[in-house]
Design a protein around this ligand. Sequence first.
Ligand code: ADP
Ligand code: ADP
Length: 230
Amino acid sequence: NATVVVDGVSKHYDLGGRVTALDDVSLTLSKGSYTAIMGPSGSGKSTLLNLVGGLDTPSAGRVVVDGRDLSSAGEDELAAVRGTDVGFVFQTFNLMPRLTAVENVALPLVFDGWDRDRRRERALSLLSDVGLGDRIDHLPTELSGGQRQRVAIARALSTEPALILADEPTGNVDTETGARILDVFDDLHAAGNTLLLVTHERHVAERAERVVHVEDGRVRSIEETPEGTD
Ligand code: ADP
Ligand code: ADP
């Protein structure tokens, strides 16, 4: 019941010189698993996440998400995967500047055909989960960086995507907010979602069942955490 299969994946960038961001990486995520990726800056973590999320395609190898081979997918098919099955929590928030927090979180549900009242109800509940129940009518410019990040997290989760990808979700937030975000991820894991997150922080990675250590574009080791073995 693998949700994600990364099979022999390499990714090269050619910008007046060749950069190998990933070098023959293989990794399987079973449905409902919770995996963290750790590694030094530039080791290929974001590239791996982008490939699993269909934001980019590999130079070699296969990326299969929910039975769909993204490596050979066209742009339309990639967009369909991004739109439905995958929730992204990335550092760049891309919130709509003229929409309030609650409107930003409710926006993906418009495309999913939810009616107005249910959209608002769900968005309010998610904003409360990430500790922003008192900031629902603020515009992105009226929020701090960490608060914007939490709005982006709530938005990514609004459609209850089966696969959640997060790049440094606790990167720019204070300790209390970071703890809240990790609690939300624990809840998502308990609810059966599949999570893959990139982090520099050991205590964040330890919340996952498994830590994949990458270095120079390769998987160096895979560690089962106490969380995963109990
Ligand atoms: P990490 O997330 O571990 O910091 P990245 O996946 O962002 O690492 O980057 C891995 C390597 O690939 C780095 O050397 C980076 O400069 C390079 N790289 C990443 N994305 C691109 C891109 N779009 N164009 C060119 N080089 C890139
Ligand atoms: P992180 O610390 O999360 O890896 P980065 O600042 O390294 O964040 O990268 C942010 C985004 O920029 C990533 O999506 C990555 O693909 C892209 N990127 C990284 N390095 C390069 C590069 N040398 N050229 C172009 N894009 C890059």
